[in-house]
Design a protein around this ligand. Structure first.
Ligand SMILES: C[S@@+](CC[C@H](N)C(=O)[O-])C[C@H]1O[C@@H](n2cnc3c(N)ncnc32)[C@H](O)[C@@H]1O
Ligand code: SF4
Length: 323
């Protein structure tokens, strides 16, 4: 499965402290319309399929449902209907539509997912709603956290075939939450996978952070990040990894972080960054990885330069050996 993701804008009002997109300039209504129309044209003319080889398509913000679609509903629903038709004709196997599910216009989300022909969705096809759980930095109030849980449950009940798929950043705060047994798994969520906490923009746009300097850059920028962001202790993190296995399942450890989770599958295009077609930290990524094969961003511990990704792999390997 190869998934092309396009981010038509980075507008988002949630301003998570750790987000790579929080400092982007807001897009005007005209710019947002132009980007949606461009995606529509690329599909209608078939150009997108000539340029890229994919059978899953994702659309990601920023955010779409916190007012960003107001005044653009005509083109948005036309575009989503087109995705629904491409699923029906089997040209696409998956469609992903992202939302942070916090203070969102729920009726726009419902109308969006009502456009899919759920009855005729084939067993090898999926409609996904990727969202994220981040205990700190994302839920600015307790109400926002509760709302997110309610939205996940409500949408899962309303659209039983919709795969609501979560990611959580393995921040120090999440490490402590999981180890302290205070994390509550969201009802209706199909899977919760993990993302490495990384320097803002290190994923895509700053070449320097894709080098062995990454850890030095991280340590030099620590004062720009909340103290609960990067994992403080490798040994505590290893305990956390065992807990991940217990609470979230071995599959999450096996597919630790994006490299294996998305494998060589997800490519994201940021037209507004004028950065062409960026694949994430994948095996065929042109960006340099460490000798272990994992990206430099996997070195996220504050007290050790070891790779967190390798630690996760070793726990899986150890479990297999001890059977
Ligand atoms: C930029 S968001 C866009 C989608 C949507 N607004 C959301 O938050 O669910 C994409 C993903 O990147 C993650 N992310 C943002 N900043 C990050 C950072 N510094 N380190 C790791 N993951 C980060 C978010 O948690 C989210 O899962
Ligand atoms: S909700 Fe998503 S896009 Fe918005 S600030 Fe947070 S991580 Fe960034």
């Amino acid at each position: 499965m190869r998934v092309l993701q396009i981010s038509p804008w980075s507008n988002c009002n949630n301003r998570c402290v750790f987000c790579s997109q929080r400092t982007d300039k807001p897009f005007s209504l005209d710019e947002r319309r132009a980007h949606l129309e461009d995606i529509y044209d690329q599909f209608i003319t078939g150009k997108v399929f000539q340029k890229f080889d994919f059978d899953g398509f994702g659309i990601i913000g920023g955010e779409f449902f916190q007012g960003q679609l107001d005044g653009l509903e005509d083109i948005w629903y036309k575009l989503v209907s087109l995705f629904a038709d491409l699923l029906k004709s089997q040209r696409l196997k998956q469609v992903w539509i992202n939302s942070n599910l916090i203070q969102v216009n729920l009726s726009q989300i419902e109308k969006t997912f009502e456009l899919f022909d759920w009855e005729n969705l084939q067993p090898d096809q999926k409609v996904l709603l990727p969202t994220s759980y981040d205990t700190k930095g994302r839920f600015h109030t307790e109400e926002a956290r509760i709302k997110w849980y309610e939205n996940v449950q409500y949408l899962a009940e309303k659209f039983p075939k919709l795969e609501i798929y979560g990611t959580a950043i393995t921040t120090q705060a999440f490490v402590e939450e999981l180890l302290g047994d205070t994390f509550k798994y969201p009802t209706g969520m199909r899977a919760l996978n993990l993302l490495v906490p990384r320097l803002i923009d290190s994923d895509y746009f700053e070449e320097g952070t894709h080098s062995k300097n990454y850890r030095n850059i991280l340590l030099s920028k620590l004062n720009e990040y909340p103290e609960w962001f990067f994992p403080k202790s490798r040994s505590q993190f290893i305990q956390f990894l065992y807990k991940v296995k217990e609470v979230l399942g071995e599959g999450v450890l096996r597919n630790f972080y994006e490299v294996e989770r998305h494998s060589s599958d997800v490519y994201t295009y940021f037209p507004y960054k004028n950065s062409y077609f960026i694949n994430r930290h994948t095996a065929d990524n042109s960006k340099e990885n460490m000798e272990c094969g994992h990206p430099y961003t996997s070195c996220c511990y504050l007290d050790s330069d070891k790779c967190s990704h390798c630690d996760a792999k070793n726990i899986v390997k150890f479990a297999l050996q001890s059977i």
